[in-house]
Design a protein around this ligand. Structure first.
Ligand SMILES: C[S@@+](CC[C@H](N)C(=O)[O-])C[C@H]1O[C@@H](n2cnc3c(N)ncnc32)[C@H](O)[C@@H]1O
Length: 208
């Protein structure tokens, strides 16, 4: 018997944004892997769990050992195909034992909240990656969306944009804790954003 890994996108966080097919996969899990925030929200009553923490090798070892006797369901935030653990899993396990269930990305929800198209947006994640100068170059009407974090938070990105010639009046939107009760959408200009702290884990939309 070959057991499988199902990588499930749980959406931006609130169960309201979990698709029915994702819910069925999670509810049927015997072994469930997910973040410390997601597990208490989505975990069914009877199943073994493992928290995804900084010890990624430990998570992979756990999944490997469980695959000897069971299918494993791995919950990731948003959509699995958009900056998630899926890439690391595909490096470690054969593709034919990995099934992916899509989720609603934080990027999709941010653009929906703003009521903007996003087919013309350039998307960047700065997780563990320093943006090159051409990545951040100014062009009128250029639309960029960033996934931000504690290292590349909105204030720091705004300072880089200023240094790359973006006008101080450039419109910026910060979307944090999307789908949660404490969700915030803040609109400000580039000059204001450059002096801002906080809003570390958010979707930052910039329109030149
Ligand atoms: C590792 S990436 C995961 C992206 C995820 N796969 C997706 O499709 O949304 C984590 C980043 O996604 C963004 N993010 C995830 N959930 C969010 C939410 N509920 N509200 C705002 N931003 C969120 C933040 O920029 C965070 O630093």
């Amino acid at each position: 018997m070959v057991y499988k890994i199902t990588v499930v996108g749980i959406g931006p966080g609130s169960p309201d944004y979990l698709t029915p097919v994702a819910k069925r996969a999670i509810d049927g899990a015997r072994v469930l892997v997910g973040s410390a925030r997601a597990l208490p929200v989505f975990k069914p009553a009877e199943c073994e769990t493992k928290i995804i923490d900084k010890d990624l090798a430990g998570v992979i070892t756990f999944i490997s050992s469980k695959l000897a006797e069971s299918d494993v369901v791995v919950m990731v935030s948003g959509d699995p195909g958009f900056y998630s653990l899926l890439a690391a899993l595909k490096e470690q396990f054969p593709s034919d034992i990995i099934k992916v269930i899509p989720g609603i990305s934080s990027m999709q929800l941010a653009f929906a909240r703003l009521g903007f198209n996003w087919q013309d947006a350039e998307i960047f994640s700065l997780h563990g990656r320093d943006p090159g100068e051409t990545d951040l170059a100014y062009r009128p009407q250029r639309k960029i969306a960033f996934l931000t974090d504690g290292q590349y938070y909105p204030g720091r990105i705004a300072q880089r944009l200023q240094a790359n010639g973006w006008p101080k009046t450039t419109d910026i939107w910060l979307c944090s804790d999307l789908s949660y009760e404490n969700e915030q959408i803040l609109q400000l200009n580039l000059s204001e954003a450059a002096g801002l702290s906080g809003f570390e884990y958010c979707v930052m939309v910039v329109v030149g």
